[in-house]
Each structure stands twice: as structure tokens, then as C-alpha cells.
Design a protein around this ligand. Structure first.
Ligand code: SF4
Length: 256
């Protein structure tokens, strides 16, 4: 479930696709704890446990229950959540209570006109907003969330999906406005053309590098993102040894 619709997102439950928004299953909080215990036995180097969908974690009460259980048993692990930011400002205190210290917010524009081309709708307080109305609210809430989470001592990473035909000119403004509000790093990732954007061109390596060098004026760049599944598990470079446990995975991810 998600409270917005990005035109590049098709959430799915399967074991084959390797992209964000996909997992082998959706786990209940107690099941997530079981999977984590198994993962830590196999790979004690794991330091981070996160929730990144499929769907919007902050719109699902199970997210908070999962973190509460994990934090109780594994207080030393870093807990992180990836969000579209719509509900972040109002959920910061609850996230802190269950041990979350790192947040990723996906911000794809600062101009509502540009954002209205990326988001089909935004559902807020049971009201569905479209066009620039929905986009304007989402962008305001995202920046408010970045500011509030940073002020609460959380590490805030910004993800931006680079969609060459739509938001290339927004990169500098996103980076500047997020840095002003306390974000610490920017992860610019290439569009994976699916769903309503399936005919859109992917960014070239040059376009990606150009966007990263523009953003580097305001924020350090995260360059090792693999755009993993929502149930990815492992330490970058050591993934292979964990692939055999794929069938036990679900909607939590862990990495070193
Ligand atoms: S916020 Fe995430 S889960 Fe929701 S539509 Fe966008 S990409 Fe998909």
C-alpha cells in the first residue's frame, strides 16, 4: 500500500525481479524478527536493518511494531526507513521511540509543476489530490519532514530518481533546499523505465555524472546504490553467499 503514486512505480511480490518496490513476500512484524535472527546467524557483519516497502512504510502501522521488536532485541543495529516523506514530519517522534536513527526521503522535484508530471496522485488525510495541488502538498511535507528529522538528530539521506525528460533542472534546487534543512547525503539514481514511464529514456552515464557533480556543490554524493529489491540482504560485495535464503525473505532489508 502506498499513499502516493509515482509514475515509475509498480509494486510487486515476486522472487525474480531485481528492482525497488519488489519483495518475495510481506512479513508480519514477528516474522521479520525471525528472518533477521536467521540473517544474523548467517552474516554477523550485518549492521543495518531497514524497511523500504514495497509501498510507503510510514503509512503502515506494522512498520513501527517491527522496529519496536527489532530494537528491543537488537539495540546495536542501525535502523533505517525509506519514505516518500508525506507523513515524515508527523511520524518523527514515533520513529525515534522505536530506535530509527536514519531516514531516506525520496524527493524528485521542488517545483510543483514538475512534480505534477511525476506523481499521479497524493492521498493525505483520506483526501486524494492530483496535479499541482497534490504535488505542492507532497513537496512541502517532504521538506518539512527533512527539517524535523534532522532537527531530531536523525541522519537524513535524499534519494532522487533522475528522469532526464522531466527533472534534470531540479537537481540543484533539491540538493540546496535539502542541505539547508539538514540532509547529509544525496543519492541520485537512474530511472528504471516501468509503469507509466516505461517509454521514457533511462539517464545516460554522462547525465547521471552531471547531476551528481551539480548536487555535490551542496551535498556529498552516495554512489554505490544498487537499487536493490525491498528485501535485499547482505553486505555490498558479499551478496552471493546469502542468495540461498531468498525464500525466507520478506519486506525488510539488511546490509553491512
Ligand atoms: S512512494 Fe515508493 S512505493 Fe509509493 S508509489 Fe512511489 S516509489 Fe512506489
Amino acid at each position: 500500500m502506498c499513499n502516493i503514486q509515482c509514475n515509475y512505480c509498480k509494486r510487486d511480490i515476486n522472487k525474480s525481479e531485481n528492482r525497488p518496490g519488489v519483495s518475495a513476500s510481506v512479513l508480519k512484524p514477528i516474522e521479520s524478527l525471525e528472518v533477521l535472527r536467521t540473517a544474523l546467524k548467517k552474516m554477523p557483519q550485518i549492521k543495518v536493518v531497514g524497511i523500504a516497502g514495497p509501498g510507503e512504510p510510514l503509512a503502515n502501522p506494522n512498520t513501527f511494531e517491527t522496529f519496536r521488536l527489532v530494537h528491543e532485541e537488537f539495540p546495536h543495529l542501525i535502523k533505517c526507513v525509506a519514505s516518500n516523506g508525506l507523513l515524515l514530519a508527523e511520524k518523527v517522534d514515533e520513529l525515534k521511540k522505536v530506535g530509527v536513527s536514519t531516514v531516506t526521503v525520496t524527493i524528485n522535484a521542488v517545483d510543483p509543476e514538475v512534480a505534477s508530471k511525476i506523481y499521479a496522485f497524493v492521498i493525505y488525510k483520506n483526501k486524494t489530490l492530483t496535479g499541482t495541488d497534490g504535488a505542492k502538498l507532497l513537496l512541502e511535507k517532504q521538506m518539512e519532514g527533512v527539517e524535523k528529522a534532522s532537527a531530531a538528530g536523525m541522519l537524513v539521506k535524499i534519494n532522487t530518481v533522475l528522469i532526464p525528460e522531466i527533472n534534470s533542472d531540479e537537481i540543484e534546487k533539491i540538493s540546496l533546499e535539502a542541505a539547508k534543512r539538514g540532509a547529509v547525503i544525496h543519492n541520485i539514481i537512474p530511472l528504471i523505465p516501468i509503469y507509466l514511464f516505461k517509454y521514457m529514456p533511462k539517464p545516460t552515464a554522462e547525465q547521471l555524472n552531471k547531476a551528481r557533480s551539480i548536487s555535490l556543490k551542496y551535498l556529498p554524493q552516495f554512489r554505490v546504490c544498487k537499487q536493490c529489491r525491498a528485501d535485499a540482504m547482505g553486505v555490498p560485495g558479499l551478496e552471493k553467499c546469502l542468495s540461498c535464503t531468498q525464500d525466507k525473505l520478506g519486506s525488510v532489508y539488511f546490509h553491512g
